[in-house]
Design a protein around this ligand. Structure first.
Ligand code: KG4
Ligand code: ZN
Length: 343
């Protein structure tokens, strides 16, 4: 029987229906335009918007999947990490639905769900989720940047994460310095296509350190100083494109080098990537090229599943339910700072 899942950890209100690892529907209502005027996600506004959107999004997910509530086997939601007030909306709604239908409830770890999104629908295609292979997974978004060793289904260990800003946050903050609209990541990606990535030399923080941690706040600071030392540069469209390409190259180089090195050190043959920043053109190209050189197979999440979505929450919940490995407490609380435990 199908499972209904909610995701409301940040600024995407999403509901999905999944069945046997297949995504029957995955509705995502993004709030990005609402937060753009503030230059970042405003937690209280996000929560209010989730409250307004969740029921219509859930109804649309059921309708698209052609499933009625009484046909559901279980209900799941992101329990953490994320913005407390935003998490609260999806989690409490899912628990209420589960309680009303007398169905099990599963609270899902947001990052753990990202680990499996490249196996739901991605490239190269897989017949189903059971084709998962031991891999190193790069989760890269506005809120998180982490490398995880996935040994098998539901068995993983975090290798490292960012010690300060996430990679997407670095794109967004450097873009803001350049006067680009929020979120700047997609715009930097677009402008960088016409720029020279070697035009300006920016630091590659922690690239040679023998660990899997990242740091991006220094890169943002060096862009600030660069702009101070090059007044008027932002008036030259080609120089802006070169700047975008150069900043993007510094970020991509670090992400690619550390991911490939971790995979080689652990002896795995697969690398996966998900999260909003995994839509970045240069990152996809460079990671594919580096994996090719290292004899690694890269699985990229389908663009529809890169950013936050309820389908990945539902698919993981279904696997947990099948293995009786899920949290089934219908009155559990949100876990905004939930660290991903080794399993
Ligand atoms: O996963 P996501 O939708 O939300 C969370 O942060 O959890 O990721 C959003 C982030 C933003 O920082 C945005 O600038 C970045 O992903 N992003 C990109 C691209 N598309 C989205 N960064 C670089 N290149 C892109 N094409
Ligand atoms: Zn995410």
């Amino acid at each position: 029987m199908p499972l209904l899942a909610f995701e409301t950890s940040c600024d995407e209100t999403s509901a999905a229906v999944v069945h046997h690892g297949r995504v029957l529907s995955n509705i995502i209502s993004s709030q990005i335009s609402m937060h753009a005027e503030y230059g970042g996600v405003v937690p209280e506004l996000a929560a209010r918007e989730h409250l307004r959107n969740l029921l219509p999004v859930a109804r649309a997910a059921l309708r698209d999947a052609q499933v009625t509530a009484d046909q559901l086997e279980a209900v799941a939601a992101t329990q953490g990490p994320g913005l407390p007030s935003a998490l609260m909306v999806g989690l409490k709604a899912a628990q209420a639905v589960a309680f009303a239908l007398h169905r099990p409830f599963l609270g899902i770890h947001h990052h753990e769900a990202h680990l499996y999104s490249p196996w739901i629908k991605g490239h190269p295609p897989v017949a189903d989720f059971s084709e998962l292979r031991p891999n190193v997974s790069l989760i890269v978004s506005g809120g998180h940047t982490l490398l995880v060793h996935v040994r098998a289904e539901l068995e993983h260990q975090v290798l490292g994460s960012t010690v300060d800003d996430a990679a997407g946050e670095c794109f967004d903050k450097t873009g803001k310095l350049m006067g680009l609209p929020y979120p700047a990541g997609p715009e930097i990606d677009r402008l960088a296509e016409g720029g020279n990535p070697k035009a300006y030399d920016f630091p590659r923080p922690m690239i040679d350190e023998p660990n899997s941690d990242f740091s991006f706040s220094g890169l943002k600071t060096s862009v600030r100083y660069f702009l101070r030392d090059h007044p008027g540069l932002l008036d030259d469209a080609q120089k802006v494109r070169d700047l975008c390409a150069s900043v993007q190259a510094a970020t991509v180089d670090v992400l690619v080098a550390k991911t490939v090195r971790a995979a080689r050190r652990l002896g795995v043959h697969w690398v996966t990537m998900s999260g909003g920043v995994s839509r970045n053109g240069a990152l996809r190209r460079e990671l594919a090229a580096a994996c090719g050189r290292a004899g690694l197979t890269l699985r990229l999440a389908d663009p529809s599943l890169c950013a936050d979505n309820a389908a990945m929450i539902g698919v993981l919940a279904e696997r947990k339910l099948a293995r009786r490995a899920g949290e089934t407490s219908a009155d559990g609380d949100i876990r905004p700072n939930w660290a991903m435990e080794a399993t």
